[in-house]
Design a binder for this molecule. Structure first.
Ligand code: ADP
Ligand code: MG
Length: 360
């Protein structure tokens, strides 16, 4: 019971496996015990823990078992195996030099849910008796514990890799939707400044650009560390209005923003962050590609959260052309991530309409 409870403790796998083997040896009075774990490719042992051999003995033996012979049998044919005399088994390869002679043998596969990870084996029951049914049942419980521990460690590693990948995706999206768009806007404004004759107006534009770059640095920090929320603490409604205001010069028109429902009360922060990024990308697209005279943003909360951004510009060809950027693809990814949908519509006469919906 103690050994099984150890799985829950925060012990490194090799130390935990060693405990389990020690426990097994003492429970069944075995002189030697070992546990081998195959690597993922199943070509070699990834771990090999022995109990009962002195360091000098282990060094003298040298090479670790290769998983052939009797030990390999436990993996290819994962059943428990009990022998009175190990050497007498037809598949025995014999021992390497300097290996202490071992007679009685009890071996069990160590498995996870779908896989055999390796094996646990005990040799030389003290007093000369062979291993009993009872011994086998006890060691079986420990082999099960070892299997769970190995599986936990492998799943944990997998989850860690996946969450790193997901985080990388999020940073990529945020950089595209928030940061690059902002820098683009600053560039447009500076370009506008070169056409001004009045020096004081140029100075004003340059100062504005410096401020914008400053907040862009904050966006980068946000994207990388997700420290702040996209809408600021004053709420999504405010955030969208502010965004529409800020992008008006670039659009050449002030977007008409409409809200339906209790936006700030109902929409959770992580959805709000996505919505702001979506509005930013949609408005930036309208300014870059549409040449629109009228742009509208409508956000409604009812059964779901629905955002519509439409313009009366040049229109978009459907299917959407392979873009240089990943803007629209990102909007879709954001919707899908939240269990929602994203639709791009070419309007009958002119313009483009984006529908972005996610569940509440
Ligand atoms: N509002 C719009 N009006 C017209 N065309 C658009 C609009 N939004 C997007 N497009 C077209 O769809 C393409 C893909 O957009 P997007 O994925 O955001 O990439 P990017 O903006 O970086 O080009 C654009 O290159 C453009 O041709
Ligand atoms: Mg774009």
């Amino acid at each position: 019971m103690d050994a099984v409870l150890m799985i829950e403790a925060d012990i490194e796998l090799p130390a935990l496996l060693r405990h389990l083997v020690e426990e097994a040896c003492s429970l069944v009075n075995a002189r030697y015990g070992a546990l081998g774990v195959l690597n993922a490719a199943r070509t070699d042992l990834e771990q090999f823990v022995t109990v009962g051999l002195s360091e000098a003995e282990e060094r003298a033996i040298g090479q670790r078992p290769t998983g052939r012979g009797v030990l390999g049998l436990l993996i290819t044919d994962p059943e428990s195996l009990r022998l009175d005399n190990l050497r007498a088994h037809p598949q025995s390869y014999g021992y390497p030099d300097h290996h202490p002679p071992m007679a009685s043998f009890l071996g069990l596969p160590v498995r996870g849910r779908d896989d055999v990870f390796g094996n646990l084996y005990l040799t030389d029951k003290q007093g000369g008796d062979p291993f009993s049914d009872e011994d086998e049942a006890m060691v079986e419980a420990l082999a099960l514990a070892a299997g769970i521990a190995i599986e936990n460690t492998r799943l944990y590693d997998k989850v860690r890799v996946l969450s790193v990948l997901e985080e990388r995706d999020r940073i990529g999206r945020d950089l595209h939707d928030r940061v690059i768009q902002r820098i683009f806007a600053v560039g447009m404004n500076l370009q506008g400044a070169t056409r001004l004759n009045d020096l004081s107006q140029v100075v004003e534009k340059v100062n504005k650009a410096v401020d914008d770059l400053d907040s862009t640095m904050n966006e980068i920090r946000t994207a990388i560390f997700e420290l702040e929320d996209g809408g600021g603490s004053r709420g999504l409604r405010h955030g969208i209005l502010e965004l529409a205001e800020a992008l008006s010069p670039m659009l050449g028109t002030r977007p008409v923003v409409t809200f339906h429902g209790a936006i700030d009360a109902v929409i959770p922060q992580h959805v709000a962050d996505h919505l702001l990024a979506v509005v930013r990308e949609a408005l930036t697209n309208a300014s870059k590609h549409a040449q629109a005279t009228r742009v509208s943003v409508t956000l409604s909360v009812a059964e779901d959260v629905a955002l519509e951004v439409s313009d009366d510009g040049l229109g978009i060809s459907i299917p959407v052309p392979e873009a240089k950027g990943r803007g629209l693809a990102n909007l879709r990814a954001r919707a899908v991530k939240l269990g929602g949908t994203f639709e791009v519509q070419a309007m009958e006469k002119r313009g483009t309409r984006l529908l972005w919906r996610v569940p509440r």
